[in-house]
Design a binder for this molecule. Structure first.
Ligand SMILES: [Ca+2]
Ligand SMILES: [Ca+2]
Length: 217
């Protein structure tokens, strides 16, 4: 009888310790923008880039994604491709004609990314401004394109006027969150006062935006 009791307790302890590690994950949003579906998005624009439809491109712009009626959860997991197009100058002195070139992501109006990107190739003799990413602005300890997934993509406008090309960053953030509603805001504060076509000079876009909610059992 005692042995049976001990066995039962062991079984219960095993079950409960196992349950703590089990996660219940639900994908609540996924968009590759190929069908130009902007449901839930304000400020959304669709363009073609490198053979794919993307959300963007933006210069001094912003989009908001609102997701309602989320199932019970403890965490949200946000991931997307961030394309940094053309000649971003990263960290520059305030008041400069070319920066700082800031990109930011807020979740429920709280800042989760507030950074700068620089999109230059630092070869000898080249302009090589520092960027904050993967840190937050005003950090300026990183070389251009630090943390990038791809650096071989074309620029957004014509290749001739955009020799800097495009850099892909894989953004992935897990945020403690339990509300039924989620608001994701992505925006920039780009600065380039010495050119007429600023959007062709520097811009950004997003693709393959996926949001999951995770519940700890
Ligand atoms: Ca796409
Ligand atoms: Ca700039």
């Amino acid at each position: 009888m005692n042995k049976l009791l001990l066995l039962s307790f062991t079984f219960i302890i095993l079950l409960s310790s196992c349950a703590k590690t089990v996660q219940n994950e639900v994908q609540v949003y996924s968009n590759d923008f190929e069908s130009a579906n902007l449901s839930g998005i304000t400020g959304g624009i669709i363009s073609s880039f490198n053979g794919s439809k993307v959300l963007g491109n933006y210069n001094k712009g912003e989009f908001n994604l609102t997701i309602n009626d989320l199932p019970k959860h403890d965490l949200v997991d946000i991931s997307f491709d961030l394309y940094i197009h053309d000649s971003w100058e990263g960290v520059q002195q305030i008041g400069s004609v070319s920066g700082p070139d800031i990109w930011a992501m807020n979740v429920d109006r709280k800042s989760y990314i507030y950074t700068t990107f620089a999109n230059f190739d630092c070869v000898a003799g080249n302009f090589c401004p520092p960027q904050s990413y993967p840190g937050d602005y005003p950090a300026q300890s990183n070389n251009p394109k630090t943390g990038a997934s791809r650096t071989d993509l074309p620029g957004f406008c014509s290749e001739a006027s955009n020799p800097n090309g495009t850099t892909l960053y894989k953004i992935h953030k897990s945020v403690s969150h339990s509300d039924k509603m989620l608001l994701i805001q992505c925006l920039d504060k780009l600065v380039q006062t010495n050119v007429t076509d600023q959007k062709c000079d520097e811009s950004w876009s997003v693709d393959n935006l996926v949001v999951k909610v995770i519940k700890y059992n």
